[in-house]
Design a protein around this ligand. Sequence first.
Ligand code: FMN
Length: 234
Amino acid sequence: MRGTTMTDIGLFEAMYSARALRRLRRDPVPDEIITQILDAAIRAPSAGNAQPWTFLVVRDPEVRRQLGLVYRKASDIASAMYAARGRPPHTTEEQHQRMMASGAHLWEHMGEAPVLLLPCLRDRPTPPREVLPPEVQALYGQELAYIDRIRGASIYPAVQNIILACRAFGLGTVITTNHIRCEDEVKALLGIPHDVFTYALMPIGYPEGKFGPVTRRPVNEVAHRDRWGAAWPV
Ligand SMILES: Cc1cc2nc3c(=O)[nH]c(=O)nc-3n(C[C@H](O)[C@H](O)[C@H](O)COP(=O)(O)O)c2cc1C
């Protein structure tokens, strides 16, 4: 699907330049573009192809303002956690300070992004223990832990599609999760049902800064060959 305002960008160029953009202009983003971004989001995989997602697009200025206040409140906890954790060893002090300053900017300005997008998932009821064969009943606790472990994997591929689709439209965004610390308030504000949960809060808007390049630890530091500890590439 191609929109008229989509830039002709290669997939790899998009992946290598879709950095976290937190300083966004207030200029409106057309509904049609958001629809196309969501149409890319729903191409993502989900466990059992259940597609248990809902994407909440918040445009109303007052609702955005209130969401921004919840994000601000949750960020106080995040700020303490970041300070206690310190800088990841692979980033320079300058890179870390830049990320912290950009993050702090968003604490104050989340509600001003023209679009706030919340990718949500409905909890799928787990089959009750008694309907399962005895050998699976014996592993029921493990199964619940497994379900818990993979839950987010049915929405975060869609989130990455959103990031890349935004990049193709020249829109800035960033995956944020801080608000989950105050999720009850978010759910009450947006009327989200009790069995639906928000997995990200993504501000979307035309960026003040530039895209990319995305810098990461190199492959030879993070990949192993055949078994843990052997270098890839050799
Ligand atoms: C699971 C997850 C949670 C995140 N939560 C937040 C957040 O709450 N606030 C924020 O500003 N950025 C958040 N980020 C964005 C990261 O800080 C960002 O992806 C990282 O610094 C890399 O940025 P870069 O692509 O510009 O190098 C989150 C990213 C991930 C993957």
